[in-house]
Ligand binder design. Structure first.
Ligand code: NAD
Length: 294
């Protein structure tokens, strides 16, 4: 209800989105807006990526159809709401941009600077970064007051939370507009400060560290997963969750958090997460992590 009150203070309504980057996250974010009736321009630099982004949306819809939750009209209208493009000019009339390109400060800074040239002065600009400082990315923009983080979780269509990260220069009307847009997408917004790990990863990574230590102490990860899932009642245990997140993503995020808040992140010698990553066991994305998939 606090979010709804804040959303009501938004100065302008957000009716058209652009998502920059049509990867796992960009495709999911485009689907989520489109299914709620929001026209979403999906921009990438590669035609193959655009096709993957669209097929991601189509797969989610087909699953919904097989469960009887989506009909043919809904499928067609949702896919119609996604406008794939390779041309940055196609985003000129959007109200909200969600940047979801690769997790590199350099690439993101140059994409943000480029896209700011293509939108109006009213357009809200956000980044879906999971580890890069919003204050750092804000430096790429001429008008950082209209910029904040908008951190979705994977898979976007199933994860309710969106972390909205307020930068030093983000103004209140930007936060209000992004809260409103998040609600319109059917998601739950939470406004957080810019710090390494934001809120969720600040909770999650100490949990992963506790799990790694337990394994190093001799616990069997399959048993830990079983206990946490079957008996403790969580949707999945830590090893399976790490496979879903990706061992590369987890290793990278842990590195960024260790650099940013070293006093909170103790180094673990022979961390199984790092060892698996170094052995190219990346989790579900390459069908081998803690578990084997195929
Ligand atoms: P991905 O590699 O699947 O997709 C990245 C896409 O960006 C690719 O399609 C690539 O072609 C495109 N791209 C690269 N440079 C571009 C440019 N200059 N202009 C337009 N498109 C460009 O990556 P992802 O997993 O979807 O992650 C994207 C962002 O979302 C990252 O910042 C990541 O940290 C964040 N994120 C990821 C997850 C996750 O679990 N995968 C969760 C939350 C947030």
């Amino acid at each position: 209800s606090k979010a709804k009150k804040l959303a009501k203070t938004a100065l302008h309504s957000i009716d058209k989105h652009a998502v920059i980057g049509a990867g796992i996250m960009g495709g999911g974010i485009a689907y989520q807006g489109a299914v709620k009736g929001i026209t979403t321009v999906m921009k990438d630099i590669s035609q193959t990526a655009l096709e993957l982004g669209l097929s991601e949306a189509a797969t989610i819809l087909k699953k919904g159809m097989s469960k009887g939750k989506v009909d043919a009209d809904k499928m067609a209208s949702t896919l119609n709401n996604i406008v794939p493009t390779l041309d940055m000019q196609a985003i000129s009339d959007v109200d909200l941009v969600i940047e979801a390109v690769v997790e590199s400060p350099e690439v993101k800074s140059s994409v943000l600077a480029e896209l700011e040239e293509s939108v109006s002065s009213e357009t809200i600009i956000t980044s879906n970064t999971s580890t890069i400082s919003i204050n750092h990315l804000a430096k790429a923009l001429k008008s950082p007051q209209r910029f904040c983080g908008m951190h979705f979780f994977n898979p976007v269509h199933r994860m309710p939370l969106v972390e909205i990260i307020r930068g030093k220069e983000t103004n209140e009307s930007t936060v209000a507009a992004v809260v409103a847009a998040t609600l319109k997408m059917g998601k739950t917004p939470i406004v957080v400060k810019d710090c390494p790990g934001f809120l969720v990863n600040r909770v999650l990574f100490p949990y992963f560290a506790g799990f790694s230590r337990l394994v190093l102490d001799g616990a069997d990860f399959v048993s830990v997963d079983k206990v946490m899932e079957k008996n403790f009642g969580w949707p999945m245990g830590p090893a399976y969750l790490l496979d879903v997140v990706g061992l590369d993503t987890a290793d990278h995020a842990a590195g960024v958090m260790s650099a940013g808040i070293p006093e909170r992140m103790q180094k673990i010698e022979h961390d199984p997460v790092k060892l698996l990553f170094e052995a190219n066991r990346l989790g579900q994305k390459n069908a081998k992590g803690f578990y084997n998939y195929s």
